[in-house]
Each structure stands twice: as C-alpha cells, then as structure tokens.
Ligand binder design. Structure first.
Ligand code: FES
Ligand code: FES
Length: 185
C-alpha cells in the first residue's frame, strides 16, 4: 500500500485483527431464520453473515464504520456490521439486504430502485437500501434534508446520490398513496 494513503487508527476492528477472542457458539436470528455458528466472540457480524451464513449481499468496504456498505438492521435499527461484534447481538433480530424485501418498506424501496435505475456498479447499494429502509420506517415523508442526513454515512463511489434520493422519495410517495387508499376504503 502506498505510504500516502491514511489508515484509520481509532477503529476497534481491522481486517484480520478480530481473531483474538475465544470460540463460542452463538444462535442468531437472521431474516426470520435461526442459525447456530461457532466463531470467536469478537468476530464482526459482517463476517458471520458472509462466511458462516453465506449471505453475501452485505458488503465489506472500509471495515471501519465509515462507508456504510455493510449496513444491516438489528431490531430495525441500522448498524455497521463491520464494527459490531457477534457477542453484541444477543437475541436481537438481524435483517440483511436479502431479507429487507419481505417488509413493505423494503419492497417499495426495491421497486423504486429499479424504476429509477439507481444502480451503477452496485457495490454500495445493499447498504444504501438498508439505511433508506430505516429512514422510511421512522419518517414516512422525509424532506431532502432528512434524506441527506440519514444517508450521509453511506458512500457511493459511482456518485448515484441524486438517483438514491429520487428513489427514496418515490418509495415515500408510494407509502403516502397506500395510506390514503386505506383511508378511503
Ligand atoms: S465496511 Fe462497514 S462501514 Fe464500511
Ligand atoms: S453504485 Fe457503485 S459504489 Fe455505489
């Protein structure tokens, strides 16, 4: 690696540095299914999802909580799985990009993502949708500022930010439309 690329020094986990604890058995509830894994107690959730449970949609980007590519939900809250040790999960429900489409908000977002043709290389987009789903869960009609604030930690090297914002707005409008329909019937 060139000398002039800064390396974060204040992060709890870096590639290859988590295998210092002791092997434990953990039961995880992921996307509505139970899994049992035997891993070091400080293994980041990201690697348990990818390597133990074979859910590869959650991506490794920075490994330091800085890019958002690894975003999943724990009991509905967005978290960076690269800096979340497996020992912190307990009995919480984990949702990944593979499972978010089973929720009404996730399904609306995925449709909007396709309608708007958001994706370029796609690497960041799982994390983007997970953050967007968390936003629309707590705010059904986000303003531009709300969207920018919620999505601020999700980096897209392809620069798809404008289309991401457009897709979130479409999904939010769909939500308002279905609420109005419910009211009329
Ligand atoms: S890989 Fe987790 S925030 Fe970048
Ligand atoms: S679509 Fe390529 S990094 Fe976001």
């Amino acid at each position: 690696m060139p000398d002039d690329i800064p390396i974060p020094t204040d992060t709890p986990y870096r590639w290859g540095e988590w295998q210092t604890g002791s092997i434990m058995q953990y039961k995880l509830h992921v996307n509505g299914r139970d899994h049992t894994v035997d891993v070091d107690d400080d293994t980041p959730l990201l690697w348990v999802l990818r390597d133990e449970i074979e859910l590869k949609g959650t991506k490794f980007g920075c490994g330091a909580g800085l890019c958002g590519a690894c975003t999943v939900h724990i009991d509905g809250a967005p978290v960076r799985s690269c800096t979340t040790p497996i020992s912190n999960i307990g009995s919480a429900a984990v949702t990944t990009i593979e499972g978010i489409g089973d929720t009404p908000i996730g399904a609306r977002l995925q449709k909007a993502w396709l309608d708007v043709d958001v994706v370029q290389c796609g690497y960041c987009q799982g994390g983007q949708i997970m953050s967007a789903a968390a936003l629309l869960t707590r705010n059904h009609a986000p303003s531009d500022d709300d969207i920018d604030s919620a999505m601020n930690g999700n980096i897209c090297r392809c620069g798809t930010y404008a289309r991401i914002r457009q897709a979130i707005k479409q999904a939010a409008r769909t939500d308002l439309g279905s609420a109005a329909t419910k009211k009329r019937t």
